[in-house]
Design a protein around this ligand. Structure first.
Ligand code: DGP
Length: 139
């Protein structure tokens, strides 16, 4: 728990939230600035700043909670699908540095943009980058 972390303070009950789910390790609550009504945040109660700090062995319990919450968000809002988004670093749009997943309920034509697809110069460039990333796995 970090006193300076807003999501730690929400997890400890120090700051109120619109809670939708809680278990021993996970809390889910509505985002204050929703992309669409029902936009929900899922956080581990234990502080970590982003995905790379999170103990992977705790991942399956967290994923199970995300699945339960996403199913309930979809059922409640009548969504046709949802985005599961997790920003890491300010450059990626992270503004709260306590690991969290956004569940955003979606319907066709709702106007929410994700990213515009780009391209590689050619297949060789694409394969070379894949090989470089592959060589850094686990480092
Ligand atoms: P991100 O940009 O991925 O770090 O998302 C942080 C989200 O957290 C953003 O959509 C707004 C939301 N948020 C920030 N402060 C609070 C808060 O105090 N309460 C709630 N419910 N949501 C918050």
């Amino acid at each position: 728990m970090s006193d300076s972390c807003i999501f730690c303070r929400i997890a400890s009950g120090d700051i109120p939230c619109s809670k939708v789910y809680e278990d021993e390790n996970v809390l889910a609550f509505l985002d204050l600035g929703p992309a669409r009504p029902g936009h929900t945040l899922v956080i581990p109660k234990e502080h970590c700043s982003g995905l790379l700090d999170f103990p992977a062995e705790k991942g399956s319990a967290l994923l199970a909670a995300i699945q339960k919450v996403a199913a309930a968000v979809v059922m409640t809002t009548g969504a046709e699908g949802f985005n599961l988004i997790q920003n890491n670093g300010a450059a990626a749009g992270q503004s709260v540095f306590h690991l969290h997943w956004h569940i955003i309920p979606r319907v066709e034509g709702d106007g929410i943009e994700t990213w515009k697809p780009g391209s590689y110069p050619d297949t060789a460039a694409m394969q070379a980058l894949a090989a470089q990333i592959s060589s850094n796995i686990g480092k």
